[in-house]
Write a protein that binds this ligand. Structure first.
Ligand code: GLA
Length: 380
């Protein structure tokens, strides 16, 4: 194909990052979550190839690679070398689509993103969902968005090897301008909940590396499973912590090893908080919503133990600022970002003061972003 033909056939997908307002670590416990797609964005440009190959240019990394669609399970490039890490996300999505019987056509893709990498804002889900949309556009398949979400999650879990829940891929796919997304991760029923125009979403990136994130994340998952196993003696019908309300948990969790009891306590309380918070959001009670965010952070810090001194400092500083309704760590934790809800008029001062005071207190430099709830991944 000549380059002019190539150009005319090229298409572009925008794919957002996400923050989670409430419902942390509950998506792998069948609980409800409340994420927002945000206007930090991955831009993917792609055009079809005649050959059964994927050519990738990760512009921000300055890296390119080529691999075949005929032997994706090998995770190797065309020369037989292991696929570079960045290529595993697109390759994993292609692999999951093929497994589902959806034919994947060859393509050449270039992408760039201003979603900070490894900060817990779902930069990898943005890549996965963008490629799922690209494969769908070229394959001409009639599949719904939730099916694509499940395929991208499968790619992340089984091909990349990260045992995450469904929240990130869902939020990146289903984002809606000016809305938060309430998702029941057990039934996959969801609803877009309007966000007040008077409130700014401010994300503060501690820029601390999340080195232990993988193993600690799996450790928390295992603790939740152990809690369910134990509680089944008293509550035989349960399949996840979602099935356990705070009162029975209180009654039956006494004999659990302390660490496991604490992890489970966070989950049952956090699920109750999400249910309550949605009601508050719907009636515009941002102050009440913010209080639940603060409780959520305390629980992640003290019971689930996934916070860091830097994230705690960001939250404490945020809560001292005028017009801040709520602040908490967002995503898996172990580093990464906080999310803050701040009265609009106060947003500019908040950005300046939190950055300065965090630097004063820790000697470190945070990145702050004034974000807006935005639409999910789509062709433009
Ligand atoms: C990561 C995972 C999500 C979710 C959050 C914690 O972002 O990818 O599935 O478990 O952590 O809420």
């Amino acid at each position: 194909m000549s380059s002019s033909e190539n150009k005319s056939a090229s298409q572009t997908i925008l794919s957002p990052g996400r923050v989670n307002l409430l419902g942390e670590h509950v998506d792998y416990n069948d609980g409800p979550v409340l994420p927002v797609a945000i206007d930090l964005t991955l831009t993917l440009e792609f055009s079809p190839l005649e050959q059964n190959l994927i050519t990738l240019h990760a512009l921000d990394l300055g890296q390119s690679t080529i691999f075949s669609l005929d032997n994706l399970e090998n995770k190797t490039d065309l020369e037989g070398k292991p696929l570079p890490h960045f290529a595993r996300y697109p390759a994993g999505v292609a692999w999951a689509c093929q497994k589902a019987g959806l034919p994947v056509r060859g393509l050449e893709a270039s992408y760039t993103s201003n979603i900070p990498i490894g900060s817990g804002l779902s930069s990898s889900a943005a890549v996965e969902v963008a490629f799922a949309q690209a494969f769908k556009a070229l394959g001409g398949w009639e599949v719904d968005r939730m099916t694509l979400v499940k395929l991208t999650k499968k790619a992340e879990n089984e091909y990349v090897g990260v045992n995450s829940g469904i929240m990130d891929q869902f939020a990146v796919m289903f984002g809606q301008k000016d809305h938060a997304l309430y998702l029941d991760t057990a039934t996959l029923d969801w609803e877009a909940v309007p966000l007040s125009e008077d409130v700014a979403i401010i994300v503060a990136d501690s820029r601390e590396p999340r080195e232990l994130a993988g193993s600690a994340y799996n450790d928390r998952r295992a603790a939740c499973e152990a809690a369910v196993e134990h509680l089944r003696q008293y509550l035989p019908g349960i399949t996840s912590l979602r099935d356990v309300f705070p009162a029975p948990y209180e009654k039956y969790s006494g004999n659990l090893p302390e660490r496991i009891r604490m992890r489970g306590q966070h989950i049952v309380d956090e699920i109750a908080r999400v249910e309550e918070s949605v009601k508050l959001l719907k009636v515009g009670d941002i102050a009440g919503f913010g209080k639940l965010m603060i409780q959520g952070h305390e629980s992640l810090r003290d019971l689930y133990e996934v916070s860091t001194p830097e994230l705690n400092a960001l939250v404490e500083i945020a809560l001292q600022q005028p017009g801040c309704y709520g602040a908490r760590l967002t995503g898996a934790g172990f580093g990464g970002c906080t999310v803050n809800l701040v009265r609009n008029e106060e947003a500019g001062a908040f950005l300046r003061h939190v950055k300065a005071q965090y630097h004063q207190r820790t000697g470190k430099s945070a990145s702050l972003y004034h974000c807006h709830a935005t639409d999910g991944a789509h062709l433009i």
